[in-house]
Design a protein around this ligand. Structure first.
Ligand SMILES: Cc1ncc(COP(=O)(O)O)c(C=O)c1O
Length: 464
């Protein structure tokens, strides 16, 4: 008997966690169920709070400051904070640091929900990136030139908020955006949640947002580095601090507003260790992952296609499985039978996030599982499935690219009396991008589309 056997009722959460043992994880967090770094059973020994010997994460000095400085040096930042409440909290801090109540911020409709909530809490005025006539953003993600055009048309905006890389590892060329932001007196904020590892392997991975001139950047350390969940680096750029475009004291103030007063040293220490590990071994580890991904891609059965557009993160594995002619539930069920957890699967694509030390055997098991999946034999049926998936994906892209249609402000939509607008963003999950923001109405076509998604096994976050 293990120590937690028979504890399902008494400790359902502990039981659920222990049930994960032995599964193949291509899922966040990057420490691969404790195989790297802290052995889980020893974790509680490190769960301390602010002590004389440890310092204060919100008032950095001593050990804390030393760790922050090493991280800032490694990531190329002027200042780095360890946020132990995830990039969700970092996004709040980042936006509160850069923007004041009522400020305009340029961003696409399709951002992480934290940015929507920050806009509501801070009383911001979002300006959605506008597609050109007849254009649709793939997955709601505008190109750099779409951002530039919108910035030119809205020179009074105070900041521009970009997500790069996105969930699928695709990146944007941030340099021209940073240049124009500086010219127009805007701040460039980058949600680099999925790119904390980029700095470790220059030349093999896309350049970091800080390197390209971003002013404020946040990265989830647990997504692609071997840190505990939810660990987030918040960086203030050297240039913005030196040129006084950013106020370090304002950032420090908002760390205390949006971070718990009991931040986790366990998580913070794991960030310190993850940074050190990335610094010492990241380049080799990432090189190996890129190689393993290529190797697996070469052996993929014909129903699968690896998606790796130019400029995307090659250490991430994104597979299009629509060639099977089967839905995501079949794909997920087959992986589950093989004991494999992908990071996510939408209607046609699966994202796998391998950790630094992902064992070779995990790749073998993944390939084996893919080989066991049987494509639909009837070509008409297979084609009908493809047509349906393409139609739904295109419709989703279209809805994610729509211009803003606010009846009331995001803040009023979220916090005001119930009315005709939605009180919470409506976001199909995965990947969790909002089709409708608080303050907008959910029209008939959106509701009909969401119904179709639900039928396809996609849940929809947000309530009506
Ligand atoms: C693009 C993006 N930004 C922000 C976040 C929030 O990060 P965290 O889970 O660290 O709070 C996520 C989480 O999935 C994300 O995908």
């Amino acid at each position: 008997m293990g120590p937690f056997d028979g504890q399902k009722e008494k400790m359902p959460l502990v039981h659920a966690l222990t049930e994960q043992a032995g599964r193949v994880s291509f899922h966040m967090p990057g420490h691969r169920q404790g195989r790297f770094q802290f052995p889980l059973h020893k974790l509680s020994a490190f769960d301390v709070t602010e002590l004389d010997g440890t310092g204060d994460l919100a008032e950095p000095s001593g050990h804390v400051l030393a760790a922050y400085r090493q991280a800032a040096e490694f990531f190329g930042a002027g200042e780095t904070w360890f946020i132990t409440a995830g990039t969700t909290a970092s996004i709040f801090i980042m936006m509160a640091t850069a923007l004041q109540e009522g400020d305009r911020v340029i961003l696409p409709r399709a951002v992480h929900l934290a940015a929507v909530h920050a806009a509501g809490i801070l009383g911001l005025a979002p300006v959605f990136v506008k597609p050109e006539e007849g254009q649709i953003f793939p997955d709601g993600q505008p190109s750099a030139s779409d951002f530039l055009r919108t910035m030119e048309e809205n020179p009074r905006a105070r900041a521009v908020f970009v997500t790069s890389p996105d969930y699928f590892g695709r990146t944007l060329d941030l340099e021209p955006i940073a240049r124009m932001a500086r010219e127009l007196g805007m701040l460039l904020l980058v949600d680099e949640a999925h790119g904390a590892h980029f700095v470790a392997a220059p030349g093999q991975l896309p350049p970091t947002a800080l390197f390209q001139g971003a002013d404020l950047v946040c990265q989830s350390a647990h997504k692609t580095l071997p840190a505990l969940t939810p660990a987030s680096f918040l960086h203030l750029s050297r240039g913005a601090l030196e040129e006084k475009r950013l106020d370090s004291g304002r950032a420090a103030r908002f760390v205390k507003v949006f971070q718990t007063s009991s931040p986790s040293f366990l998580i913070a220490a794991s960030m310190d260790a993850a940074r050190a590990r990335a610094q010492a071994h990241g380049e080799a580890a990432i090189g190996r992952l890129i190689f393993k991904n290529q190797e697996l891609s070469r052996r993929l059965p014909p129903s699968f296609r690896r998606l790796l557009p130019a400029g995307a993160d090659a250490s991430r594995l994104v597979l299009d499985f629509s060639g099977l002619g089967r839905d995501r539930l079949y794909f997920l069920e087959m992986l589950d039978r093989a004991g494999i957890d992908p990071e996510m699967a939408d209607l046609s694509r699966a994202v796998f996030i391998p950790g630094f030390d992902q064992p070779d055997g995990d790749y073998d098991r993944l390939l084996e599982a893919l080989l066991t999946m049987e494509p639909v034999q009837n070509e008409t049926e297979r084609q009908a499935h493809l047509d349906r998936v393409n139609l739904l994906s295109r419709e989703q892209d279209r809805l994610l690219s729509r211009p803003a249609a606010f009846s009331v402000s995001v803040r009023r939509g979220m916090f005001g009396p119930a009315g005709k607008t939605v009180p919470a963003a409506l976001a199909p999950y995965p990947p969790g991008m909002p089709l409708v923001w608080p303050g907008e109405k959910a029209d008939e076509e959106t509701l009909a589309f969401l119904k179709q998604l639900r039928e396809a096994g996609i849940t929809v976050r947000g309530s009506l």
